[in-house]
Write a protein that binds this ligand. Structure first.
Ligand SMILES: NC(=O)c1ccc[n+]([C@@H]2O[C@H](COP(=O)([O-])OP(=O)(O)OC[C@H]3O[C@@H](n4cnc5c(N)ncnc54)[C@H](O)[C@@H]3O)[C@@H](O)[C@H]2O)c1
Length: 379
């Protein structure tokens, strides 16, 4: 069935790929985006789908929502503030208040029965440091621990792992399912607020809504200018200029990475599947990677023989290990089909096609140093 779809943040990474897929399936799409300077320092990106209607506006403004929602059946809400800057209130204005405004306008304009579905982009960050277990205190398993953020006093000594508060054994991570909620920074808190606003108002007003908690998404069109950029962007930019990338901590921190095409498949699946309504789903890669192994895979795929540096630097506020349990979304028939190598190759082709890369890496690192996000072990 064809819908009239509003995609906020439709000029961004996940949004633009979703727009392309929706248009390809015959839907009419309206993009609402403010071309945020931090994501698009050169303005409107060249990849925007010409068949989409474009509305330039800010999701923090109620009047913008009133205009953007006219004639719409489906909303994907991707617009977000996802940096690492200490302007804490911006996270809540862009991520949480915008979501409340969306439902507020739907209720005020009596559109609640007309809306077919709202899909809200959440984040794995909501689960914070995730789920762990102590192999000494509970060797049989079944007893879970949800550690808090690691303190500066621990990190500055180069002690990276979470330890059991009873016996000091290094905790083992286990995949985190959707029941895990432990937001540890303002971005995560704002994304959790966004989830709760969507779930609460959708239930109260009968507006079918779905929350998708993405893991680290990879593929072409990721902005180079995000100061808190993901491992692939940093490593690829270093390899492009034949410089040795810095791997933070000891390189054994664990993550899961999901390809943008798998994310788009998930986004489209929950639109059509009513069993998804009113629920939260993890959208992850299903395979745990240490950052070091991920770098090795990039080296291999790109045939670059450059050894990384591991000088004991760390980013204050980083999660030690987090891996999403994707069982719930698999029960709806989705599973990740692309590999990390697919993501690396796609991103590499994208990056070498750009004219603006030089200076980007320096920009990202300068920003993080300025903010004292990158720190070093005190010997
Ligand atoms: N990329 C990931 O790995 C990842 C992981 C977890 C969750 N997410 C979530 O997925 C969503 C999309 O992420 P992305 O990676 O595509 O981000 P992105 O930065 O590439 O795109 C976000 C888009 O939103 C627009 N935008 C920002 N503030 C706006 C505002 N106030 N009004 C209107 N438009 C605004 C930006 O201009 C940009 O085009 C976000 O909600 C993000 O929190 C992303």
């Amino acid at each position: 069935m064809a819908y009239r779809v509003l995609v906020t943040g439709g000029a961004g990474f996940i949004g633009s790929h979703t727009v392309d897929a929706l248009i390809q399936k015959g839907n009419q799409v309206r993009i609402l985006d403010n071309f945020s300077k931090r994501v698009h320092p050169h303005g409107r990106p060249g990849y925007l789908n010409a068949k989409a209607e474009l509305m330039v506006g800010d999701v923090r403004e109620k009047g913008v929502w009133e205009e953007a929602l006219k004639g719409i059946d489906v909303v994907y809400h991707f617009a977000a503030y996802q940096d690492y800057l200490p302007d804490f209130s911006t996270f809540f204005h862009v991520n949480a208040v915008s979501t409340a405004l969306l439902y507020e306008v739907l209720v005020e304009k009596r559109m609640t029965e007309k809306i077919r579905k709202i899909i809200v982009a959440a984040s794995q960050a909501v689960m914070g440091e995730g789920c762990h277990r102590c192999p000494t205190c509970h060797p049989e398993g079944g007893h879970f621990i949800y550690p808090s953020i690691r303190l500066e006093s621990q990190l500055s000594k180069g002690k990276w792992d979470h330890q059991c508060s009873v016996c000091n054994t290094v905790l083992q991570w286990v995949p985190s399912d959707e029941s895990v909620v432990h937001p540890c920074n303002q971005y995560a808190l704002s994304k959790y607020s966004q989830e709760q606003i969507a779930l609460n108002l959708s239930k109260r007003y009968g507006i079918p809504s779905v929350v998708l908690r993405y893991s680290i998404v990879q593929g072409e069109r990721q902005s180079f200018y995000n100061a808190y950029s993901g491992a692939m962007r940093i490593f690829a930019l270093c390899l492009l200029f034949d410089s040795s990338p810095v791997i933070f901590e000891d390189g054994y921190q664990v993550r899961d990475f999901v390809n943008i095409k798998d994310v788009v498949d998930a986004n489209l699946l929950v639109l059509e599947n009513d069993a998804a309504n009113g629920r939260v789903f993890n959208v992850g890669g299903g395979i745990p990677w240490t950052i070091l192994d991920f770098y090795r895979s990039m080296q291999q795929t790109l045939k670059k023989d450059i050894e990384p540096q591991i000088p004991g630097r760390y980013r204050f506020g980083d999660t030690r290990h987090i891996v999403s349990d994707i069982t719930r979304l698999k029960t709806l028939g989705w599973s990740p089909r692309r590999t990390v190598k697919d993501s690396i190759s796609a991103f590499w082709s994208y990056i070498i096609g750009q004219k603006t890369q030089r200076g980007v890496l320096e920009f990202a690192q300068q920003q993080m140093k300025k903010l004292q996000v990158i720190r070093e072990v005190q010997h």
